[in-house]
Design a protein around this ligand. Structure first.
Ligand code: CU
Length: 120
């Protein structure tokens, strides 16, 4: 499987690539959707993405502990430290799904994010 995570800073060097980089980068450009993680929820707890389009999700951790986002298709944001904001590229999605925080206990405590699909 292709590596989807890059350390902050590498993203800028990849902008010349033909395919959009699937990368976690420091926020610099436009994000399509924004989610703020606190302890223990995502705000909003539901987002909409355009069907079959790549989406840039700005993920801010305003909580006091590490959080992340994962999906059952194997996608993961990587850990985001308290106070850190990253832009993460979501794979194109065709069906609604749920993302959640994989830190032990966090999903059970409420850290789920519903992802709804809208037509472009
Ligand atoms: Cu968490």
């Amino acid at each position: 499987m292709r590596t989807r995570l890059l350390v902050a800073g590498l993203g800028a060097t990849l902008t010349a690539c033909v395919a959009p980089p699937l990368a976690t980068t420091a926020p610099d450009g436009e994000a399509d959707v924004e989610v703020v993680a606190t302890d223990m929820r995502f705000t909003p707890d539901e987002i909409e993405v355009v069907s079959r389009q790549p989406t840039v999700l700005r993920f801010e951790n305003a909580g006091g502990t590490v959080h992340d986002l994962v999906m059952d298709n194997g996608w993961e944001s990587g850990e985001v430290k308290p106070g850190q904001t990253v832009d993460v590229a979501l794979d194109p999605l065709a069906n609604p799904t749920i993302a959640w925080c994989s830190i032990p206990g966090h999903r059970a405590a409420g850290m789920e994010l519903a992802i709804e699909i809208v037509d472009g």
